[in-house]
Design a protein around this ligand. Structure first.
Ligand SMILES: [Mg+2]
Length: 253
C-alpha cells in the first residue's frame, strides 16, 4: 500500500520551469486527500513557491499539510503549517563559502573553455542554490522551447562538460540534470538522498513510496530513486503525468 506519491518537477509535473496547469492543480489536490505528496527537484524553494505552491492557493489550505517540498534534491525540506500559513524548514544542508567559490570558478572556466558559455543568457548562468550550484547553459530563465532545442543539439557536449567539471571537482557530485543544466551538490546528494530523508522524516518504508519522474534512465537525474529500490513510474513528459495521477486515483474520466 502506497502512502507517499512523490514527483519530480520539470517535465514531470510541469513543462520545464512553468507553473502547474489547472488540471494538475486539481489532480494534486485530489491526490492529497488520500496520500502524502512529495515534490523533489534540483530547483530552489523560491521556484517551488512560484510554480507549485502559488497555483495551489485556491485549494483548501489544510490539504497543503500533506505536501512535502524537497528543493535542491532534498538538501532542504519544507512542510506547511496552515494555522499560521507558513512553510517551515525542517532542515538545510548548505555549502560553505569556500566550497562555493571553488565550484563557481571551475564551472565558469570550463564552461567558457568548452565554448558552451552563452553569449546572451536568459538570467544567471551559474546559480547559487545554497546547497547546490547549477550551471544553466542558456541562463536560468531560458524559455522551455529554447532549452529543448539546445538539448537536442548539445546533449553530448553537456555530458562532456560534466565529465571535465567532475574531474576537477572530485570532492563533489556533478550531474547532468534537466535539459540544459549541470548540478553540483555534496557527494551522495541526489534525489535518492532526498527521498531517504523523507522516508525517515515520515517514518515509512520505501515500499510505501511511489515516485513519478521523466529521467529515470541510467544517468538521468531521477535514476537514483529507482536505483534505491523505490517503485517508479517513468513518464515521457509532463503531458503524460495527468494520466498517471488519474490511474493512481482510480478515476477514468
Ligand atoms: Mg525532470
Amino acid at each position: 500500500m502506497k502512502k507517499i506519491i512523490a514527483f519530480d518537477v520539470d517535465d514531470t509535473l510541469v513543462k520545464s520551469k512553468n507553473p502547474l496547469t489547472p488540471e494538475m492543480v486539481s489532480l494534486l489536490s485530489e491526490l492529497m486527500k488520500s496520500y502524502e505528496v512529495a515534490i523533489i527537484s534540483g530547483s530552489r524553494f523560491e521556484v517551488f513557491e512560484e510554480n507549485i505552491i502559488a497555483p495551489l492557493r485556491e485549494k483548501p489550505r489544510e490539504l497543503l499539510e500533506r505536501m512535502h517540498i524537497l528543493p535542491t534534491c532534498g538538501t532542504r525540506y519544507y512542510t506547511y503549517d496552515h494555522e499560521v500559513d507558513t512553510w517551515d524548514i525542517m532542515y538545510a544542508e548548505d555549502f560553505t563559502e569556500e566550497q562555493k567559490q571553488k565550484i563557481v570558478e571551475v564551472s565558469e572556466r570550463l564552461t567558457k573553455e568548452s565554448g558552451l558559455w552563452p553569449a546572451h543568457p536568459h538570467g544567471e548562468v551559474i546559480e547559487d542554490r545554497l546547497s547546490q550550484i547549477a550551471i544553466s547553459m542558456l541562463g536560468q530563465k531560458a524559455p522551455a522551447e529554447e532549452k529543448y532545442e539546445w538539448y537536442a543539439a548539445h546533449n553530448e557536449d553537456a555530458i562532456q562538460l560534466r565529465n571535465k567539471i567532475a574531474a576537477e571537482l572530485p570532492e563533489f557530485e556533478v550531474r547532468n540534470g534537466g535539459t540544459t543544466t549541470i548540478d553540483i551538490t555534496p557527494i551522495g546528494v541526489d534525489k535518492a538522498y532526498g527521498m531517504q530523508k523523507l522516508i525517515e522524516a515520515l517514518d515509512v518504508t520505501k515500499e510505501e513510496v511511489l515516485f513519478v519522474g521523466d529521467r529515470l534512465e541510467k544517468g538521468g537525474n531521477d535514476y537514483p530513486v529507482k536505483a534505491m529500490g523505490v517503485d517508479c513510474i517513468d513518464v515521457d513528459g509532463w503531458q503524460t503525468t495527468p494520466y498517471v495521477v488519474r490511474g493512481i486515483l482510480g478515476v477514468t474520466d
